[in-house]
Design a protein around this ligand. Structure first.
Ligand SMILES: [Zn+2]
Ligand SMILES: [Zn+2]
Length: 61
């Protein structure tokens, strides 16, 4: 493990935030303030919308 204080994505020394999801330290460029997530978690589907498994058809008669 490296010393805390560098962005874990680009290794920049100017860390500004910690991802609320994975907890890694990231710089401002790799942190999304709106969601509180790093870009990796954003790309992983943390864009705000809750993903649904499948589109279930409504139970109708
Ligand atoms: Zn970075
Ligand atoms: Zn993250």
């Amino acid at each position: 493990m490296s010393v805390a204080g560098t962005c874990e994505i680009c290794l920049a020394a100017s860390v500004s935030d910690t991802c609320m999801r994975c907890g890694q330290l990231v710089c401002a460029e790799h942190f999304d303030e709106e969601t509180g997530l790093c870009v990796e978690c954003l790309a992983d589907g943390g864009g705000g919308e809750i993903p649904t498994d499948t589109e279930k058809e409504p139970f109708r008669f």
